[in-house]
Design a protein around this ligand. Structure first.
Ligand SMILES: Cc1ncc(COP(=O)(O)O)c(C=O)c1O
Length: 425
């Protein structure tokens, strides 16, 4: 695209004509593509009347086919479909990795509260580290947060942005820590050619309504390690060995029920067929917008550790301070471009650590006060709302736009024009 001329009309917020008068397609990605193919696939399972995966042969089971699709796509040896979501995919993977009571797990201060919740559910203590201007885990702060109780690290590929995996994996190797990638928001993304989720010891996906593709609720655990896989299987079904067909299994332990249902898997399989198409469209739109605004002096684009592997589902840029970010965001909205600031006085966004009440206050669900009970946990984690100032600094200056696969070239150019108009005003 030729560099856009700056549009210097009167801002809509001051009574001028908005750049965009009709709505631009937005959120959610997979859900908005649900069509006849999804309907037919789900109805087919209903007609077959075998909605429970283990009553089907693997070649007929939708859940088994979804797992096979993820094994092939990510190159991982094992995949386990989860029916209830990304949170329980994380829980199963943490159990798979042997993380439990007394352990610390380091995660970034910018992720959905579910990442921390999953640690607490397995009785491990979440330790919060900074994100940098990629809005993903800062590897330097990660290393500072390691103690002798640390067992695992959860890098989170937020908003489809791949984390700084090379540095994170190097830290993990140095300290002999397990790495569980939270890929809930970055299904299909990659880092230096490897699919996200396949770089660490395990990866956990979400197929919830708002994710890149959906099965309504659901998720996936992937790993190359058979023991991690089998432990995750045991965690996801209280009687897993009952269903396992004659393979050599670990000694069982109690699990819960996070099994995938065939209806969800059928929906997920059709959606999986749309994944690369969605990502390619989003990436093309993002490239066009980034190219169109890259020269603007007062805005700084989010640093993306591997732009080729970025999912392209979101555009984030920073203003010099939070006041200017808020003014900019409002003016951009009035130009007809939906966007939002990320950390402000408005809704307590549960993607930002200071709004994780039950973590900040160590509110436990049991009488013993797990996972922070001092008889079991020998560390000394402390939480406070201002404990990650860099995270709040970057989020406080940031403006985010969702990018949808149905945005046209004209939509992308309108977004560029609107951003340029506000930036030069
Ligand atoms: C980064 C991240 N991790 C985990 C989850 C949890 O996924 P689910 O809602 O499917 O349990 C989400 C969902 O919003 C998420 O965004």
């Amino acid at each position: 695209m030729k560099r856009q001329q700056s549009f210097s009309g009167k801002l809509a917020v001051h009574g001028g004509v908005p750049v965009r008068k009709t709505p631009v397609p937005s959120f959610p990605h997979g859900t908005s593509e649900i069509g006849e193919r999804e309907i037919r696939a789900v109805v087919k399972v209903l007609r077959r009347k075998t909605i429970f995966r283990f009553l089907n042969q693997p070649e007929v089971s939708e859940s088994a086919r979804l797992e096979a699709a993820y094994r092939k796509y990510t190159g991982c040896k094992h995949a386990l479909a989860i029916g209830s979501g990304g949170t329980t995919a994380l829980v199963s993977a943490l159990v798979g990795l042997g993380v439990g009571a007394g352990d610390e797990v380091i995660l970034p201060g910018y992720t959905y509260i579910a990442t921390a919740a999953a640690c607490i559910v397995v009785n491990a203590v979440p330790v919060i580290c900074e994100v940098d201007h990629s809005l993903t885990m800062d590897p330097r702060d990660l290393e500072k947060k390691i103690t002798r109780h640390t067992r695992a690290i959860i890098p989170v590929h937020m908003r489809g942005t791949p984390c700084r995996m090379r540095k994170i994996l190097a830290v993990a190797r140095r300290h002999k820590l397990k790495v569980l990638e939270d890929v809930a928001q970055a299904n299909g993304g990659s880092y230096r050619g490897a699919k996200l989720g396949a770089l660490g010891d395990a990866g956990a996906f979400s197929f919830q309504h708002y994710k890149i593709i959906t099965s309504g609720e659901g998720g996936m655990v992937i790993t190359n390690d058979k023991t991690v896989y089998q432990r995750a299987c045991l965690a996801h079904d209280s009687a897993m060995v009952f269903w396992s067909r004659g393979e050599n299994w670990l000694r069982p332990f109690a699990g819960e029920n996070y099994r995938m249902c065939e209806l969800r898997a059928a929906l997920g399989l059709v959606q999986f067929g749309r994944l690369d198409w969605i990502l390619n469209r989003c990436r093309a739109v993002k490239r066009r917008i980034v190219e169109g605004i890259g020269d603007l002096p007062h805005i700084r684009l989010q640093d993306v550790p591997d732009p080729d592997g970025d999912c392209g589902i979101s555009l984030v840029f920073y203003l010099p301070d939070s006041k200017r970010a808020q003014t900019f965001s409002e003016a951009l909205k009035r130009e007809g471009v939906p966007n939002g600031t990320m950390f402000n006085q408005g809704i307590p966004d549960r993607h930002i650590y200071c709004h994780w009440e039950y973590v900040m206050n160590k509110w436990s669900r049991d009488r013993l006060g797990l996972p922070w009970n001092r008889a079991i946990y020998k560390g000394n984690v402390r939480y406070s709302r201002d404990m990650c100032p860099n995270t709040l600094h970057w989020l406080g200056r940031a403006i985010a736009l969702h990018l949808h696969q149905r945005l046209t070239v004209r939509d992308a150019d309108d977004i560029v024009r609107a951003i340029r108009k506000v930036a030069v005003a």
